[in-house]
Design a protein around this ligand. Structure first.
Ligand code: HEC
Length: 109
């Protein structure tokens, strides 16, 4: 293999690795969602307390929404009248949202 071919392969592999890691649900949750929902999903954060976020680790809260409702909450956000409680994450792909819903379900103890 020539050097330039090797470089092309290396660049392609790096690009694949980046795309994969960008869509890891755990990574998205920890980076984007945890400031309100907490790293463990309990909502035990400053923002979580202010917004009175319920605990994802409880069956009681998990039972209040279906997978479909969870997905649309992520995609479209949650509003209380005109007030935004959770912003819409419409820049996430459907696959990323499906992954996040599964991740949230797995937080249940
Ligand atoms: C600004 C704070 C904030 C951030 C950031 C945030 N959320 Fe929320 N989220 C809320 C609030 C407030 C609720 C309403 C919760 C409640 O009733 O306890 C909520 C509820 C939810 C629900 C339940 C939906 C339902 O129908 O009740 C899901 C699922 C959810 N969030 C997922 C996410 C995901 C995934 C992310 C990251 C991409 C995220 N949230 C980021 C504030 C936030």
């Amino acid at each position: 293999m020539t050097i330039s071919k090797l470089i092309t392969v290396a660049v392609a592999m790096t690009a694949t690795a980046l795309t994969l890691s960008a869509s890891e649900p755990k990574e998205i949750f920890e980076k984007t969602c945890s400031k309100c929902h907490g790293l463990d999903g309990k909502g035990d954060t400053k923002m979580g307390k202010k917004l009175e976020i319920k605990d994802f680790t409880t069956a009681a809260f998990q039972g209040t929404f279906t997978d479909k409702q969870a997905a649309s909450a992520i995609k479209e956000g949650i509003k209380d009248g005109d007030k935004i409680r959770m912003k819409a994450y419409d820049d996430l792909s459907d696959a990323e949202i499906t992954g996040l819903v599964a991740y949230i379900r797995a937080l249940k103890k």
